[in-house]
Design a protein around this ligand. Structure first.
Ligand code: NAD
Length: 290
């Protein structure tokens, strides 16, 4: 079993670090929040006094932080030159592709192997160890990372070179944002046309309108499996996080000159929904404003 440094024990990182500890790894954990650190200790991790201390003598260092600036700061201040050169750096945060590539290049220049390994699945999957990991990095670094990621996920996929994991994540979530809005529109139109929403669900879920937003995450209460719509849109995947991912997708699209009109419209609609004070509601709650 390995000594692992884990930095960022929030909604997602807390469950992920706990699963590594449960599998028998010696997890030295750090978070700026004392409460988050306390919860990680209760779940079997050891408390480190700083991010640098978490990485001391580590075979791998996992980061699960809010955004690119946090990852760059932790790598620069606490990992580079301080963690053993043999340590594998695994960043599971969702961050911009440019920063992911930049920190991977800086890591390589200092002799560290590094991967970007963002996740799909949310808090329940982080706790259950059933995340999907999309991984960017060399074959060798992927092989080393997979051993640890398998403990926290149900699917670990090598997306390509550094930054490819983040590219996969934002492309996936751009589809999800646009698809959710289209699904909401269809439910509302069906209802206005006098079609029973349950009948619309029964038909579209076995027709060409089928999608994850419809069959696994229906935004209409009482239809399909239980979803945040059945809990007044509490819990689930917050609108603010969907907006973050759509902004990252639009930034990336403009950096390479890709035309993404549907993604841009989804971002615009989620921005308006967020500005009305709905950032904490599940992203399917956008049905309320359409
Ligand atoms: P969170 O805000 O709950 O957790 C982030 C943690 O990082 C916090 O506990 C914070 O104190 C800590 N932190 C910030 N800066 C730090 C530093 N310099 N040193 C140590 N700790 C520091 O966020 P989350 O929901 O756990 O999300 C983490 C990442 O996962 C984000 O990039 C998010 O986009 C992504 N993600 C989240 C979900 C979700 O459903 N919550 C799903 C998929 C991906």
């Amino acid at each position: 079993m390995a000594r692992i440094g884990f930095v960022g024990l929030g909604n997602m990182g807390g469950g992920m670090a706990a699963n590594l500890a449960k599998a028998g790894h010696d997890v030295h954990a750090f978070d700026l929040s004392a409460d988050a650190l306390e919860r990680a200790v209760a779940a079997g991790c050891r408390a480190a006094g700083s991010a640098a201390a978490a990485g001391e003598g580590a075979e791998a260092i996992v980061t699960m932080l809010p955004a690119g600036k946090h990852v760059a700061q932790v790598y620069h201040d606490s990992v580079f030159g301080q963690a053993p050169a043999s340590a594998l750096l695994i960043d599971c945060s969702t961050i911009d592709v440019a920063t992911a590539k930049q920190v991977a290049a800086e890591a390589a220049a200092r002799g560290y192997a590094a991967v970007d390994a963002p996740v799909s699945g949310g808090i329940a999957a982080a706790n259950a160890g059933t995340l999907t990991f999309m991984v960017g990095g060399s074959d060798e670094a992927f092989g080393r990372a997979k051993v640890f990621l398998d403990t926290m996920g149900k699917a670990v996929i090598h997306a390509g070179a550094s930054g490819a994991g983040q590219a996969a994540k934002i492309c996936n979530n751009m589809v999800l944002g646009a698809e959710m809005i289209a699904t909401c529109e269809a439910f509302l139109l069906a209802d206005k046309l006098g079609l029973d929403p349950q009948k619309f669900f029964d038909i579209a879920s076995v027709s060409s309108g089928q999608s994850w937003s419809l069959t696994s995450y229906a935004p209409w209460p009482g239809v399909g499996p239980e979803t945040p719509a059945d809990r007044d849109y509490q819990g689930g995947f917050a609108t603010a996080l969907m907006l973050k991912d759509l902004r990252l997708a639009m930034e990336a699209a403009s950096s390479v000159g890709a035309d993404t009109p549907m993604g841009a419209k989804a971002k615009e609609l989620y921005e308006a929904f967020d500005q009305e004070g709905n950032g904490g509601l599940d992203f399917s709650a956008i049905i309320r404003t359409l």
